[in-house]
Design a protein around this ligand. Structure first.
Ligand code: FMN
Length: 471
């Protein structure tokens, strides 16, 4: 196994895209693409006309050309959709998706990994969130078809994933038990994916990627190392200052005067216990600074995982306009991150960068009409008749309440799906000429990204970050 000193953290949606991951891998570290919502990213790239032909290049290498052709024909628009026309909707994922939905997810993950791996011999990983369960099998399979080297998964307890990797490597079908709210003991819901059925032919044996679990405590590391369905190859130990979702504090959540969760001693991972498991581990959460790699190595880690510093570099998928706005504020020292306990429909605290014109801006949030047209964070629940329903606390309130959702859960929820997709430049057109506003996440470390700017410049590269961290 390759033991990088630096893992560039997976950052959704489309922030750690193939361009960023490839640049990091070429520089000798582990580049990681985000596997979240790649179906909509692919569908919208195709509707923008695939301007540089990169998607086409990847699709030409997909081992099942009929599938690639169907997706291309469904979404590709020569020259891009006209200004003022909304993107075609992508079907929402369910527990029992149609073949066309599986095709889009599988292909999208193949494309991202294929492009990240093209033209060099470095390793590439893909990141998934355990909480988003329904598309996982198709996404993993697509990334394995492209030869992904590492799978990283956090935001939950990914006990079942190592076994899935073993099964797909042998061309066998896999099954993933779904967490269903309100499910009765007599019911078990699962998502299944059979490579042979999906491809309509025998599937070749695939390389089994290494599996790194993203965790916050030694207890979780121990559980995963002992009770997973297959081999866990290492851990990323992520602290609460990291960008994206954070694990909630232990015990009853207490909030600071600013409304942020209060973390204490009990939330600090016991690194000695984690080291004693004998697997490699990387430390994450404000490790994107010179000297921090040495500190991590001294604590017994193999290296560090860094997100925030890479999120705003030239190669990342955040639009150049947003990056410029953030870097201008960074240079002035006026950036602020709020750990919002309510924003994410997952119920996990979510770091929200307070940027004017983004969903963090009350003027923007208050005027957005709730819509749920992407649905990645919809949670399955068992209906009174025993079948599955899907609800999201950021969807229109009446729909959520009709589906048995609790009124209290509606408060402060933000449409993380549309906000993050907009940050990567694929925001959906709303009524009139309004477009979904971006939602930005970043770690506490964002206030320090100006350290990567050379005098008089307002951009920096992934290589600049790597050089500074290794120095
Ligand atoms: C913009 C952004 C998006 C992120 N998205 C994800 C994600 O989708 N899944 C995930 O496991 N971690 C995500 N993270 C966390 C990173 O993978 C990484 O662990 C974290 O950024 C490390 O801490 P740092 O932000 O202090 O560098 C994200 C971080 C950022 C900054």
């Amino acid at each position: 196994m390759f033991y990088p000193k630096i893992i560039q953290g997976g950052m959704g949606v489309g922030v750690s895209n193939w361009v960023l991951a490839r640049a990091v891998s070429i520089a000798g570290q582990l580049g990681v693409v985000s596997g979240t919502a790649l179906d909509v990213v692919l569908a919208r790239r195709l509707q923008l006309g695939d301007p540089d032909g990169h998607v086409r290049r990847a699709l030409d290498h997909f081992p099942f050309p009929e599938i690639a052709k169907r997706v291309w024909e469904t979404y590709f628009v020569e020259g891009g959709i006209p200004k003022g026309q909304p993107y075609k909707p992508v079907p929402l994922m369910t527990a029992t998706p149609h073949q066309s939905v599986l095709e889009l997810h599988t292909l999208a993950n193949f494309v991202e990994v294929f492009l990240a791996k093209a033209g060099h011999a470095g390793s590439v990983g893909i990141n998934f969130l355990e909480k988003i369960q329904m598309p996982t099998l198709a996404c993993i399979f697509g990334s394995m078809l492209a030869g992904v080297d590492f799978i990283l998964m956090g935001a939950g307890i990914p006990r079942a994933i190592p076994g899935v990797l073993d099964q797909f490597a042998k061309g066998q079908a896999a099954r993933l038990k779904l967490d269903v709210e309100g499910s009765t003991p007599d019911k078990e819901f699962a998502s299944t994916f059979d490579p042979e059925k999906f491809c309509g032919c025998k599937v070749p044996e695939l390389k089994r990627p290494h599996f790194l679990a993203i965790i916050t405590s030694a207890t979780l590391a121990l559980t995963l190392s002992k009770k997973s369905t297959g081999k866990v190859d290492g851990f990323v130990v992520e602290g609460e200052s990291a960008g994206g979702h954070n694990a909630p504090p232990r015990g009853v959540m207490q909030l600071s005067v600013d409304g942020e969760p209060i973390y204490g001693e009990r939330d600090l991972p016991d690194l000695k216990k984690i080291a004693a498991i004998g697997l490699p581990f990387w430390l994450a959460g404000s490790y994107g600074a010179p000297g921090k790699l040495r500190e991590a190595l001294d604590l017994g880690a193999t290296g560090i995982q860094v997100g925030t510093a890479f999120a705003f570099c030239e190669e990342s998928g955040i639009t150049p306009e947003i990056k410029e706005a953030v870097l201008r504020e960074a240079a002035c020292g006026t950036l602020k991150v709020h750990t919002d306990p309510l924003a994410s429909p997952t119920g996990f605290p979510f770091k929200v960068l307070q940027l004017k014109g983004s969903v963090a801006d009350p003027a923007v949030y208050d005027t957005r009409c709730r819509v749920c047209d992407l649905g990645y964070l919809r949670h399955p629940y068992q209906k009174a008749d025993g079948t599955l329903g899907y609800r999201c606390s950021a969807e229109p309130a009446t729909a959520f309440l009709r589906k048995g959702g609790k009124e209290a859960e509606l408060e402060g929820r933000k449409c993380v799906c549309n906000g993050l997709v907009a940050t990567a430049g694929y925001g959906q057109l709303l009524s009139g000429d309004k477009v979904e506003a971006p939602l930005l996440t970043a770690g506490d470390d964002v206030v320090n990204i100006r350290r990567f700017l050379k005098p008089g410049q307002l951009t920096y590269t992934a290589k600049d970050v790597i050089d500074a961290l290794l120095a």
